[in-house]
Design a protein around this ligand. Structure first.
Ligand code: IMP
Ligand code: MG
Length: 178
């Protein structure tokens, strides 16, 4: 714990544990989507690290799409207001979509995304989230593939940020100053 970012962050889920879980999820998705054409819809920016590792753990032909949303304005509280800032590059009709998220907290972002993507007539839509923070849920979201359930702490690392920083930590940590 000597790097400049790690002095602000305590390890919650180690790099090894994250990587092992990503491999398990990848194997499960590989089994479930046999014979189907899978499209991973990565929610920018938080899910990028997870989505890229997960994509490499899935042994199927797949395509990657990126969807930018903003539900946050720099602090540690969700505002509940969700906007699409960058849309996917292809029509989603007829595709098997797997939305890849970093964390489901209040669930408001994911509810918005589900509704938005369902309106584009895909063949199916499922949800894969690395983390779930059930203590703060405001709406029920059924997570088809879930990495870890965590307590009500603000976390950073492995894609998750505080004020755009700490995304490049290889583990999931608790931000000490929340
Ligand atoms: P929700 O709409 O409240 O479910 O929030 C989802 C989004 O808020 C996530 O995609 C994250 O970008 C962000 N978020 C929620 N909790 C945390 C956290 O503990 N650390 C960093 N970002 C978070
Ligand atoms: Mg996010």
């Amino acid at each position: 714990m000597t790097t400049f970012q790690e002095k602000d962050v305590g390890v919650l889920i180690s790099e090894e544990a994250v990587q092992a879980r990503v491999k398990e999820l990848g194997a499960q998705i590989t089994r479930d989507y046999q014979g189907k054409e899978l499209t991973l819809v990565c929610v920018l920016k938080g899910s990028v690290f997870f989505a890229i590792d997960l994509a490499r753990a899935i042994d199927l032909p797949l395509t990657l799409e990126f969807l930018g949303v903003s539900s946050y304005h720099g602090g540690t509280e969700s505002t509940g207001e969700v906007r699409i800032t960058t849309d996917v590059s292809k029509p989603m009709a007829g595709k098997h979509l797997l939305i890849i998220e970093d964390i489901i907290d209040t669930g408001l972002t994911m509810s918005f995304l589900l509704e938005n993507l369902q309106a584009r007539h895909p063949a199916s839509v499922k949800i894969c989230s690395l983390l779930e923070k059930p203590a703060r849920a405001k709406t029920k979201v059924n997570i088809d593939y879930k990495g870890f359930v965590i307590e009500d702490k603000f976390v950073v690392g492995y894609g998750l940020d505080y004020g755009e920083k700490y995304r490049n930590l290889p583990f999931i940590g608790i931000w000490k100053h929340a």
